[in-house]
Design a protein around this ligand. Structure first.
Ligand SMILES: N[C@@H](CCC(=O)N[C@@H](CS)C(=O)NCC(=O)O)C(=O)O
Length: 202
């Protein structure tokens, strides 16, 4: 049994979705990032002090996308492909967190997530511009492909669509990015994603 420490309305959503895709049984151990991550009890589980954390037997892992690669590895192919596509899966996971996520969070925090008085329109605009540039790269990658690696859905899609969930859910303008918009909907309306979203959006 996988034990996912976190709450669905956080980056733990990504790991809940991955567990659903992998068909792995999991339990959510509620840890709220606003109130619980500084306690000595939680720091004993994760000295990094953030959620999500996965405990799988003797293994304790933090970093949501590393957790997802581990969960997908338990299911194997096609969720975690081998060979060159394995390398591409790692590439897209790193791209998701280093290129897409900083821009997506800058936009989301300053548009929807923070209380209105704490939002900075200039930062929202900078995030929108940065995100649009990254999504243009993705639009080109999806030319002639339904999913990132060209075959079926893999953990590469789960990781990147999980990172882009907030802009998608909060209607970041994508009229000029039709392949990205369709791919996000294709990923985030899969049965496993809907089960995870039901927890997050409840
Ligand atoms: N790169 C990490 C980021 C984890 C993260 O920032 N989690 C947030 C909740 S979504 C958190 O625990 N924040 C608490 C804090 O920063 O004090 C991951 O993807 O797991």
């Amino acid at each position: 049994m996988l034990r996912i420490h976190g709450i669905p309305r956080s980056r733990a959503f990504r790991c809940i979705w991955a567990a659903e895709e992998a068909g792995q049984a999991y339990e959510i151990i509620p840890v709220d990032h606003r109130t619980d991550v500084r306690t000595p009890e939680f720091r004993a589980v994760n000295p990094n002090g953030k959620i999500p954390v996965l405990v799988d037997g003797d293994l304790t892992l933090f970093e949501s996308l590393a957790i997802n690669l581990h969960i997908a590895g338990k299911a194997g192919a096609p969720l975690l492909p081998g060979g060159d596509d394995h390398a591409r899966t790692l590439q897209w996971a790193l791209w998701a967190v280093t290129e897409a996520e900083p821009q997506a969070t800058l936009w989301s925090y300053n548009t929807v997530s923070r209380p209105p008085a704490e939002r900075d329109p200039a930062l929202a605009a900078a995030g929108a511009e940065g995100l649009r540039a990254r999504l243009a790269v993705l639009e080109a990658q999806l030319n002639g492909r339904d999913f990132l690696l060209g075959g079926g859905f893999t953990i590469a899609d789960c990781n990147l669509a999980g990172v882009l969930y907030s802009p998608w859910f909060n209607k970041f303008p994508m009229d000029d990015l039709p392949r990205v918009a369709a791919w996000l909907t294709r990923c985030l309306e899969r049965p496993a994603a809907l089960r995870a979203r039901a927890l997050r959006e409840a």
